[in-house]
Design a protein around this ligand. Sequence first.
Ligand code: SF4
Length: 383
Amino acid sequence: MNTANLLEFDLEGLAAFCEKLGEKRFRATQLFRWIHQRGASDFAQMTDLAKSLREKLATTARVEALPVLTQHESKDGTIKWLFDVGDGNAVEAVFIPEDDRGTLCVSSQAGCAVGCRFCSTGHQGFSRNLSTGEIVAQLWFAEHFLRKHLKRNERVISNVVMMGMGEPLQNYTALVPALRTMLDDNAYGLSRRRVTVSTSGVVPMIDRLGADCPVALAVSLHAPNDALRDDLVPLNRKYPIAELIEACKRYLAHAPRDFITFEYCMLDGVNDQPEHARQLVELVRTHGISCKFNLIPFNPFPASGLLRSPQPRVLAFAKTLSEAGLVTTVRKTRGDDIDAACGQLAGDVKDRTRAAERMAQRRVMSERPIVLHPVRKTIPQEH
Ligand code: SF4
């Protein structure tokens, strides 16, 4: 018999499901707490639910996690899981412990159709969107695994960043109920400031997110002008920088934080020159947007043909931005030894879009990309 996986539902969805079983809303709240706060998957355990309800659930519903294919723990405490999502596809989630927080980086798609040049997921192509349940299952598993692993009775994951595989705003319908579950006090109870959606710039969906479920917003900018960004983040050809920044400004009216985080992956000789930093300052001034910059050391992988900017150049770039009054941080790389660092999440993707092939062609065609200094031709070592 076909049963419903209850991880697919936010509280509203679960209430509707319970109603169909002839149950009141408060039963859905109890059930939701058992699943998300206590990590229960066996209805027989849920002793404060009426026996009749438990029996109904046993024949109509299930709480089903994603099978874990591998788990790797870095010497810095970062843990990466590879989850099987069926049909030859696998996605990754990464837990990053820090002194004052525990962050889980979650995937939203098996692969990604955007095809950013510096991104390992982008090079793999796209297979399909994850369902709400598959997004939530990453958090559900990680939170309850970590409580046991770290022998903690309280919440371990304090922050979620939708920065794993995929462009979350191209999977909007599944994303929003997943975000609502993360925020719900009867589930994970994360504050809106501690849940971040990272996008490469799907402008119409930025507006919808602001209206439907505003959380912190990070934007993968990576270039200060359209010519360079068209090359690095192909979605820019559809939604150029000026449109994107105006959408960010509109988002700020709803956002839980009063700034947008711009992510900027530092690529040697491509986007890391003093001129690029000056153009960024100019861009922000022209649009008058409240923002923060996060400079990310690139994690090279052979297919990209790109290299990491040397640290002194990253620091000089950060200095130019800071001196112009822009709050700028340089991201520490974490989990390098288990390929869990930013841009390294690759999973396994059955590419249905021939994106990998197209990207290989683009690499050939862009022998001389639009850069101030040409990309070095040396192939980096394995990461
Ligand atoms: S950086 Fe994000 S949007 Fe770009 S290809 Fe990678 S996963 Fe997709």
